[in-house]
Design a protein around this ligand. Structure first.
Ligand code: SF4
Length: 367
């Protein structure tokens, strides 16, 4: 039994079993085997916190529309936000543009070729920098994402939480020890594929797993309890009331600015209420309603049931108040704009508004 727990031997077995598994696995993804740092970066940014199946069409659209970093850097912000629509995590879209502009402008179109250089780019974290450095330049950098945490914690039997500073340090060290420095790109690809296909969160394929004979979690029967997380995220509930004010086929919109969610996306004028169940009377008493509708005749024609959107740290509950204004609405052009209701599909909206626009007619309760 002695050799089984010898760390060097354990990692050597891990590398060779993964390498064999990786060579045989058929998980064709369009960015596999690509060496162009721009394409690798684009795929990594688009696929962060997204399942490959969901991110794939976005990647294909972006790559077709923006074949080079220069073409992306030159794109208007609104066009990029529109193409990004539905992916969520809009801070990533902003960083995508920032980085494209830095690389195209200050770096003559060349991505940095070191881990540290890549890490300095906006929106590029340790994982993405390691992925680009290894895939594009064969640098000996180990990727560490959810898949890798899971595979390592199970194979090595590490019960340290993956989301603490200490846990991250331990896993980073293990990931470095496990890395196949002779072929970092193939190794990184294999371990990520392995986590996605074989050592999956809910239904790991232990019976067919090439690591099974040396897998600590399998031996100890702790597969289900690893990896450990120290805390689950507490989500904040937010209640949004959107005023869909229509006058002669046009509605009012605003662009979200500031550091809150959905920066640079469009929305209807918004009243955020501190809890559920705001009534017409509650909203009418508010400043925004008074500003827009206080001086003109209007008719409240429908109110939607709540539409929900789940974000990482927040639940959004959005109710849409459909209002027909009988006169032109007094609004400030620096904050609001008027758009034809028919051409709303030109704007990039958060998902919850898209759902409303697609399903609104079906769900509206006529008053
Ligand atoms: S034996 Fe099961 S838990 Fe262990 S590495 Fe393989 S799939 Fe993962």
């Amino acid at each position: 039994m002695g050799h089984i727990d010898d760390p060097a031997e354990k990692f050597a077995f891990f590398r060779s079993a993964l390498s064999e598994w990786g060579a045989a696995v058929d998980r064709p993804l369009p960015w596999k085997g690509v060496r162009d740092p721009y394409v690798i970066w684009l795929s990594e940014i688009l696929l962060q916190q997204t399942r490959a199946a969901q991110g794939l069409p976005y990647f294909l659209r972006f790559r077709e529309r923006f074949p080079t970093v220069a073409s992306l850097a030159a794109a208007p912000d609104d066009e990029v936000m529109k193409l990004w629509e539905g992916l969520g995590y809009y801070a990533r879209a902003k960083n995508l543009l920032k980085t494209a502009r830095i690389v195209a402008g200050e770096m003559s179109g060349q991505f940095p070729d070191t881990y540290e250089g890549l890490l300095a780019l906006p929106g590029v974290g340790a994982y993405t920098a390691a992925a680009i450095a290894s895939f594009a330049y064969d640098a000996p950098c180990a990727v560490l994402d959810g898949n890798v945490f899971r595979v390592l914690s199970r194979y090595l039997g590490i019960a340290e939480p993956v989301d603490t500073t200490e846990g991250k340090r331990i896993f980073a060290e293990m990931a470095r020890s496990a890395l196949d420095t002779a072929r970092p790109a193939a190794y990184n690809q294999s371990i990520m594929d392995f986590g996605a296909v074989c050592c999956t969160p809910q239904t790991p394929q232990c019976a067919r797993c090439p690591l099974q004979s040396r897998c600590v979690a399998f031996r100890q029967g702790s597969v289900r309890s690893l990896p450990v997380k120290s805390k689950s995220i507490v989500k904040r509930e937010r209640y949004f009331h959107y005023l869909v004010i229509e006058h002669e086929g046009e509605v009012l919109l605003q662009k979200r600015v500031g550091k809150d969610i959905w920066e640079n996306l469009y929305e209807f004028p918004l009243i955020e209420w501190p809890g559920p169940g705001a009534t017409h009377k509650d909203l009418m008493a508010g400043e925004l309603w008074q500003k827009l509708l206080g001086q003109i005749p209007y008719k409240l024609s429908a109110v939607s049931p709540p539409f929900r959107q789940v974000l990482t740290h927040q639940h959004i509950h959005a109710v849409f108040w459909e209002i027909r204004a009988e006169k032109e609405i007094p609004y400030k052009a620096d904050v609001l704009l008027q758009a034809e209701r028919r051409s709303l599909n030109k704007f990039a909206f958060p998902k919850v508004i898209d759902s409303y626009l697609k399903n609104g007619q079906l769900h509206l309760n006529l008053l």
